[in-house]
Design a binder for this molecule. Structure first.
Ligand SMILES: N[C@@H](CCC(=O)N[C@@H](CS)C(=O)NCC(=O)O)C(=O)O
Length: 203
């Protein structure tokens, strides 16, 4: 299997962390890929018309995207753990946590694109503030309402939230979120020590 990937992409990192946790990383060939909403990557678009990473091409030529679908496919290959629980209640909690982590990645990536990619004269500060507000309320939600799930066994939701937090820090999207989110910060510090996280630090 081939994976269109960039180490700085939190969505692509989520897939590789999941593959490591699931014990199937050796079956994946990583294709280092540059993407931009304003500069088309034709090799990638030939596989995925949205031109986004992560995108996976299976041995039989089928193409799988986006990160949620790839992670669920990977989980199905694993004899190890199940990152997508089967019990309806734990599954619902894991999928909702994943949706929150993904939404945080979306907000952080959009805030980053606005400052980094858009020409200065077109930059819209309220837009960036709007994305940061989404991140702040998501952090508050995690701290006050999701710690019981985060402290339970690892699921795809844990990986999504950890990759979102890592991206926020890597790109400096927020100033010191850890100071006002003690429990979440403790959980993240410990989760970051997993081999799968250490092996995928963005460069
Ligand atoms: N919902 C998608 C989001 C993927 C995404 O936004 N990837 C970014 C990189 S972090 C990308 O490819 N951006 C290029 C573009 O927007 O054209 C997923 O879960 O895989």
């Amino acid at each position: 299997m081939k994976l269109f990937y960039a180490s700085a992409s939190p969505f692509a990192r989520k897939v590789v962390v999941a593959a490591r946790e699931a014990g199937v990383i050796d079956r994946i060939e990583i294709i280092s890929t540059t993407v931009s909403p304003v500069a088309r990557n034709e090799d990638l678009i030939a596989a995925n018309p949205t031109g986004k990473i992560p995108t996976m091409v299976l041995e039989d030529g089928r193409v799988v995207f986006d990160s949620r679908v790839i992670c669920e496919y990977i989980d199905g290959l694993s004899d190890n753990i199940k990152l997508f629980p089967t019990h309806p209640d734990t599954r619902l909690a894991a999928l909702t946590l994943q949706a929150l982590g993904d939404a945080m990645m979306d907000a952080a990536v959009l805030a980053r694109y606005e400052g980094f990619m858009r020409p200065e004269e077109f930059q819209w500060n309220e837009w960036v503030e709007g994305q940061k507000n989404k991140l702040e309320s998501s952090l508050d939600y995690l701290e006050s309402r999701a710690m019981d799930v985060l402290e339970g066994p690892i699921t795809i939701g844990h990986i999504a939230v950890a990759c979102a937090l890592a991206y926020i820090e890597f790109r400096g999207v927020l100033d010191n979120w850890r100071a006002s989110h003690d429990e979440l910060a403790k959980w993240y510090t410990s989760f970051s020590q997993r081999d799968s996280m250490k092996a995928t630090e963005p460069s």
